[in-house]
Structures are given as C-alpha cells and as structure tokens.
Design a protein around this ligand. Structure first.
Ligand SMILES: NC(=O)c1ccc[n+]([C@@H]2O[C@H](COP(=O)([O-])OP(=O)(O)OC[C@H]3O[C@@H](n4cnc5c(N)ncnc54)[C@H](O)[C@@H]3O)[C@@H](O)[C@H]2O)c1
Length: 401
C-alpha cells in the first residue's frame, strides 16, 4: 500500500476542512494543501489567522502554516496528493431537499487532477447513496481511485481537541480503499470503526438527527411547562438530579446551525418523508422563536424595545449560519417597537453594544448563551427571557418570563 505523505483538502478553509488540515499537519506530520475557492479565507489562513473561531486552532495553525500547510486556489496541488479529502458544504436547497448534484459533480473537477491509486475521501455529510453513486461513476470512467467515506463528527469549535479523541468511522467498498483510509485516519484518531459506506452515511445522519430530536424533546417540554406558567427548569432539575436515566435530558434553547436541521431533512428525504420524528423535531425547534414571541405578547410588545443577546447559532461561536436568533429578530421586527441585536463575536452594521442593548431594552432575550453574559447585570423592572436557564439568579432579579 502506498504511504500517505501529502494530502489535499477540498473545502480546506471551511469549518471542517481547516481544523482537519491543521491536525493532519501538526499531529500527523503530513504535508497538507488546503484547496478552496474563497480567496479571502485563503489569504487569512496563509497569514496565520483563523477565518473563524475554533478553540486552540490559532496557535496550532501558526506552528504549521508556510511549512507543512498552505492554502491555495490552485487545483493542480491535487496532482501531488496521495490522498484527497473533500469537505465542501452539503446544504439543503430552498425546497429543503438535499443537494446531491453539487457533491457528485464536484468530484469530476477533482478527477482531472488525481492520479490513479490516490485515496479519495468523502468527508462532507452526504445524502445516503452518494458514495455508491461516486463509486459507480469512477468505475464507468475506468478510474482506479480508492474511494472512502469517512464522516466528520466533531462539534464545531471543539474540532482540534475532538479530532484526536473521537473514534473515526471509516468505510469503503474495496479493501485497498479501506486500508488506505485506515492508514490516513489511524495517524490522528485513537480508534477506527469500520462500516460499509451505506452504514456510515446513515451513522452520520443518525448522529445529527438524534441530537436534533433530543433537543426537540427538551424544547417541547419547555413550551409545555412554560405555557402553563410552570418553571421548566425546576422540573428539569427535579428529574435529572441524582437520576442517571435522565442524564441525556438536554436544556431547552435554540437548536440551530448549519448541520442538525439540514441532516435531519436529508434523513427525511431518504425515508421519502416518512421520518415523522424528524419533521416533528423541526417544527418544535424551529417553532421556539414563535413561542417566545407569543409568550411576550401580553406584555404590550408593540410598545416595547427588545434586546437579543447572542446572534450566533450557539454559544462561544462566530457562526451565524441558520441561527434562530435571526428568525427571532425577524418575528420581533413586526411585533415590537424596536429590536436591538448584540453579539461579542459577530459584526453587523446594525448591532449595538451589550451595554446599549441592556440599557435601552424593556425586554432582554438570551439568543446564544455566550460566557460573557454570565456577569451581565440586568436592572430591575426589565423582562428577561432565558430559555437556556443560563443567567445566574442575580441577573434575574428582574421579571423572568
Ligand atoms: N460545521 C460543522 O460543525 C460540521 C461537522 C460535521 C460535518 N460537517 C459537514 O461538513 C461539510 C462542510 O461543512 P462546513 O461547516 O465545513 O462548511 P463551510 O462552508 O464552513 O466550508 C466549506 C468550504 O468549502 C469551500 N468550497 C466550496 N465549494 C468548493 C469547491 N468547489 N472547491 C473548493 N472549495 C470549495 C468554501 O469556500 C468553504 O471554505 C458539510 O457537509 C457539513 O454538513 C460540518
């Protein structure tokens, strides 16, 4: 089997590609080319700066950039690669359907530069069956590329730590491709779990759909309790305290971002829209902003200023993709006197400072529970909405809804 020394990551400056490239260069000593189509991100990476927040990544990037790692727009870097890993985005389209064509056809552009015998790893989260489609296409084109599907399972923001801690699922149709994939990921992952590609595709989608449904349970129970004037978190605390069987009972809050909903919808499409649990989870999680607005309506919302603290899709993140804080903003803009948005990690021309948001607002809603809000002091008399139960009791001296 050929030794893997040089890797190209396609989509290499993205949230999955870049941390993986850094770890392959820094931990496994590989030569890594990050191929991307975004010149701004490429320049940032080559100057040693991360284009987005990722814990522990800045120092590691600076260790390897310009030495064993570089970002490039030039696809000819693929010519020299022993392995090509593709992690381009796989969003659902505006009809909420998976976009299979883009991944499928993007492979052709890579093949122009790939030598036979090279490992091709699909790492994007794909619609079930895509690996087989690519495999069949390689056969038809009579290309002897070694195809594997090895899904990424890190939580964005924790990739540098998790890539070397989490077991890696590896899958391939042929034993030589499986061996090559094991050689590559064996350099960083503590354990390798072998599956067939159809199993691995479902394994990834099950992981995200399970998390999404789990958050939906909590959000449904939150809405159920709060709509009857009951404090969800008193009940949550009672049922989870010293009771191991409820350990996975998540807190309520916005379940959003670029993956969980999208991957639940991929599974829904795969089940020919018979994935009732997934659709229900979508209605519940996507419905939470509406619920919060409904709860606030008796407070003369039309004459109130509302501040949303945290516009990113989750805590300690600068990723706003599919953030429900923006959905909440949109709903409030037609209901409230004014909507004030603030976030320590995101820049938008209309954002205001945390201080201004709290000073001006009559109602304060926690959109993303960033750590900086822990010490926030909200003056008495303001209404606070904290579906996460994140704020310490002192901040809630004001009225809590
Ligand atoms: N973000 C996560 O936490 C996460 C976790 C696990 C899996 N995934 C999956 O990984 C995949 C990538 O997600 P992401 O969050 O990294 O997306 P991203 O948008 O952050 O990164 C994708 C990168 O690909 C680049 N790109 C797009 N088309 C390209 C092309 N033709 N050639 C070269 N580069 C191209 C983009 O410029 C971007 O830098 C998706 O399938 C996603 O579902 C994401």
């Amino acid at each position: 089997m050929k030794t893997i020394n040089r890797v190209t990551i396609v989509g290499g400056c993205g949230h999955v590609g870049l941390p993986l490239g850094i770890v392959l260069a820094a931990n496994a000593g590989l030569q890594v080319d990050l191929l991307d189509i975004d010149p701004v991100k490429i320049d940032l990476v080559n100057s040693g700066a991360m284009p987005f927040m990722e814990r522990g990544a800045d120092e590691r990037l600076r260790e390897v950039v310009g030495k064993s790692l570089k970002a490039t727009l030039d696809p000819t870097c693929i010519n020299a690669a022993d392995a090509v890993i593709t992690v381009v985005g796989t969003p659902v389209d505006r009809h909420l359907n998976p976009t299979v064509n883009e991944v499928y056809h993007s492979i052709d552009a890579l093949l122009d530069h790939m030598r036979d015998g090279t490992l091709l790893v699909l790492r994007s989260t794909v619609y079930p069956g895509v690996t087989k489609l690519v495999h069949d296409r390689l056969r038809r084109l009579n290309r002897k590329v070694l195809l594997a599907f090895c899904p990424e399972r890190i939580a964005e923001g924790n990739a540098i730590e998790e890539l070397v801690k989490l077991p890696q699922i590896v899958s391939a149709f042929e034993s030589d491709a499986m061996a090559a994939a094991k050689q590559l990921f064996g350099k960083i992952a503590p354990t390798l779990i072998e599956l067939t590609p159809p199993e691995a595709e479902l394994a990834k989608l099950f992981t995200n759909a399970w998390r999404y449904a789990n958050f939906a349970i909590s959000n449904q129970f939150y809405m159920l309790a709060e709509s009857r004037g009951l404090d969800f978190y008193r009940i949550h605390d009672a049922v989870t305290r010293d009771y191991p069987r409820m350990r996975s009972f998540a807190r309520a809050g916005f379940a959003a971002g670029p993956c969980l909903l999208k991957d639940t919808l991929q599974l829904a499409a795969f089940s020919q829209n018979n994935f009732f649990l997934g659709h229900a989870a979508m209605l519940i999680n996507e419905g939470l902003p509406m619920f919060l607005v409904e709860q606030l309506r008796p407070n003369d919302l039309a004459n109130k200023r509302v501040a949303i603290l945290g516009m990113a899709f989750k805590a300690e993140s600068d990723d706003k993709r599919d953030s429900l804080s923006f959905k909440l903003k949109k709903l409030l803009e037609v209901e409230a006197l004014e909507v004030l948005c603030t976030d320590p990690y995101l820049r938008e021309s209309y954002f205001v400072s945390l201080e201004a948001a709290i000073r001006k607002a009559d109602i304060v809603i926690i959109g993303a529970p960033h750590n900086v809000y822990r010490d926030v002091e909200i003056p008495e008399g303001k209404i606070v909405v904290d579906p996460w139960n994140f704020l310490p009791a002192k901040a809630l001296a004001s009225t809590s809804v």
